[in-house]
Design a protein around this ligand. Structure first.
Ligand code: PXG
Length: 462
């Protein structure tokens, strides 16, 4: 039996890691010198590293471990499925029970007529599916010119060539020849950073109306779809003004533009409902899912597709799919994860217990001298660091300098809290308890205090 040992000394593991492992979204040269932190096990909301530190994971891995770590049921289901049928594909007119059962369950949970699931191995793959599916849909309807997909600046929709193009992150577009053709980006509804003196609701409306302007400028006959997260996650947990989504929905309806809600982060309870679309009150034609679908225990994603789009796509062969579309082990794990979310009332826990407790505690951070705003919906939250609360000014130092210092203090205080530029973000496991929340907030406040002192010492508080 291959044994993957945890028992080598940390430095030796770090050296092996540096020698052979290329990390995603990482300056690998720099990391090789520093050595990566090695996580060896996890339970509930707590990670343990190779030095025995116990770390509160306020990011649920990468926004995905919704039911928390260490649930034996998922391990048992995976082992059973591997013994029974470790793999079979869903191409060539075959199927298997885990894919059938999971697609049915997802169709049950998804709102409205989102009744059909195309499986993928990740969120990136699912968004690649969406690009091809919406363009193919319009071609089948006799309107092949409708190929432009409108997305937003600073959006994150994945890292493959297609999904990275849908994303609006310039640092990604600068590498590897992105974006592909016929992707257009409009501004994001980020009032705190970009709203100036405007009223937030007026600003929200204006940012939504950029969609209408883009449709009119590019030509109604050219637009296939609009894609966005109900609440932007990796962009910095940006909560749009209440005016934003109803106006986007109105515009999509008016011009018959397909609406794709990227639910990779917002889905499966994160915002206090099964889907973020329910929280913001929209009716998408397609939802992208991944992450919380299996709580990260197995890699799986997909597109949930409405009746009309699925019916059109069913006409002829859609030349698209992945070896691991509907992988039986991943599907079985996802199904068990959904059972746990449902039977243990985890969504009600977010809505009625953890969400309100976290909201109160999180928003109390707004009184900290470094914090400009503290926002949270369900269990996805952000705080904006600023040298001047009144003007909402950014730091004079390069964006991300203050955020990085704060992130490092969090790490030192055994709290995983990410930074996106100078915003700090959290997205803890949904099973977090009020007791865990007070530990989280105590560590966050201590880290903010320490970051404040460092910024003051280094004359960066400006
Ligand atoms: N859509 C959204 C909204 C996402 O957040 C993807 C699609 C792509 O999913 P995959 O499974 O292909 O990674 C994501 C992924 C971060 C971070 O640092 C966020 C993601 C992935 C990696 C890092 O915030 N989101």
């Amino acid at each position: 039996m291959t044994v993957i040992t945890n028992h080598l000394p940390t430095a030796e593991l770090q050296a092996l890691d540096a020698a052979h492992h290329m990390h995603p979204f990482t300056a690998n040269g720099e990391l090789a010198e520093k050595g990566a932190r090695i996580i060896t096990r996890a339970k509930g909301v707590t990670l343990t590293d190779s030095e025995g530190n116990e770390i509160l994971d306020a990011m649920a891995g990468l926004w995905c471990v919704n039911i928390g770590y260490g649930r034996d049921e998922l391990a048992d289901v995976a082992a059973r499925q591997m013994r029974e049928l470790p793999y079979y594909n869903t191409f060539f007119q075959t199927t298997h029970v885990p894919a059938i059962a999971l697609a049915n369950k997802i169709a049950d949970l998804a709102p409205g007529d989102l009744n059909h699931v195309f499986f993928a191995g990740s969120g990136s793959e699912a968004n690649d599916t969406n690009i091809r599916m919406v363009r193919h849909y319009w071609a089948l309807k006799g309107k092949p010119s409708k190929s432009i997909i409108i997305s937003r600046k600073n959006a994150y929709h994945g890292s493959s060539v297609g999904s990275g193009s849908l994303g609006g992150m310039t640092a990604m577009h600068e590498q590897g020849g992105l974006p592909i053709a016929d992707i257009h980006h409009i501004d994001q509804p980020h009032w705190w950073a970009e709203g100036g003196d405007s009223d937030p609701e007026v600003f929200g409306l204006e940012r939504a109306q950029e969609l209408e302007k883009a449709i009119l400028a590019l030509g109604e006959d050219r637009i296939a779809a609009f894609i966005a997260e109900p609440i932007q996650g990796a962009g910095g947990v940006i909560v749009p003004p209440a005016s934003y989504w109803p106006e986007i929905q109105r515009i999509c309806d008016k011009y018959e533009i397909l609406l794709i809600a990227d639910e990779v982060i917002c889905g499966f309870g994160r915002t206090g409902n099964w889907f973020g679309s329910e929280t913001v009150g929209i009716t998408p034609h397609i939802m992208t899912i991944a992450k919380g679908l299996s709580s990260g225990y197995a890699p799986i994603g997909g597109s949930i597709v409405c009746d009309e789009v699925a019916a059109v796509i069913a006409d002829g062969e859609f030349n698209h799919g992945y070896t691991y579309s509907g992988h039986p082990v991943a599907a079985a794990v996802a199904l068990e994860n959904l059972r746990i979310i449902e039977e243990e009332g985890i969504i009600a826990h977010v809505r009625d217990v953890a969400g309100p407790a976290m909201k109160e505690a999180w928003e109390s951070l707004a009184d900290h001298p470094l914090v400009g705003e503290a926002r949270i919906v369900g269990l996805m939250g952000s705080i904006a660091l600023t040298p001047n609360k009144d003007t909402r000014a950014p730091f004079a130092a390069d964006a991300g300098t203050a955020g990085f210092i704060c992130r490092e203090r969090c790490f030192a205080n055994n709290l995983v809290m990410r930074h996106v530029g100078d915003r700090m973000i959290i997205s803890p496991p949904l099973v977090i308890t009020p007791e865990d929340i007070s530990v989280l907030i105590t560590r966050a406040r201590k880290s903010l205090d320490e970051a404040y002192e460092i910024l003051k010492e280094q004359d960066l508080l400006k």
